[in-house]
Write a protein that binds this ligand. Structure first.
Ligand code: MN3
Length: 206
């Protein structure tokens, strides 16, 4: 429960080169210290001296259709990147365990089926956007994709739920290393997913 004006631009939970070779250090540094920082700064500038500054951040996102497009783009930009940094780890990869593993098997058939569905959504998102694993009302898991910096918390999103895993498929997330080969970046991402973290996001969401 954090007010928009009290949000903090945090450092990454690992070094910029920690995710190599899957995501290179220069991409991580530019992505975090310039792209994400710009979303954060622009969000704060957009809410300054308005009632939005005192709103709880996720409440603002849930009602985003009522607010200016700069808040939608930059508020989404901040929320999405903070989630993204925290669901990756140099020790990531493998498969989820416990409750999350059971829920994935229940809702997708198997982990492999889930991974294929998520990867296809990431590869086929036209232009810039994100792919998500979300918890829908009723605690059902679903894969979905949103354009630009939208996310499934937003009332403008076609799919609405609590995102617990997200993948940034903007070119700025992969172009230096992968150029036009987004599918190779999507494949590499699976080596980085911190399933312990995604599992705890799942427990918080249900
Ligand atoms: Mn990005």
């Amino acid at each position: 429960m954090t007010k928009v004006s009290e949000l903090i631009f945090q450092g990454l939970p690992y070094a910029y080169n920690a995710l190599e070779p899957h995501i290179d250090a220069m991409t991580m540094e530019i992505h975090h210290s310039r792209h994400h920082k710009a979303y954060f700064d622009n969000l704060q500038a957009a809410v300054k001296d308005t009632d939005m500054a005192g709103m709880e951040f996720t409440e603002l996102l849930r009602n985003i259709s009522k607010f200016p497009v700069a808040v939608r783009n930059n508020g989404g930009g901040h929320y999405n990147h903070e989630l993204f940094w925290n669901i990756m780890s140099a020790q990531g990869g493998g498969e989820p365990q416990g409750e999350l593993a059971s829920a994935i098997a229940r809702d997708f058939g198997s982990f492999a089926d889930f991974r294929e569905k998520f990867s296809n959504a990431a590869k086929t998102r036209f232009g810039s956007g994100w792919t998500w694993l979300c918890v829908l009302p009723g605690d059902k898991l679903e894969v979905c994709s949103t354009p630009n910096q939208d996310n499934p918390l937003m009332d403008v999103s076609e799919c609405k739920g609590q995102p617990i895993l997200g993948l940034d498929v903007w070119e700025h997330a992969y172009y230096l290393k992968y150029q036009n080969k987004r599918p190779d970046y999507v494949s590499a991402f699976w080596n980085l997913v911190d399933w312990n973290r995604v599992g705890s996001n799942f427990k918080q969401a249900i």
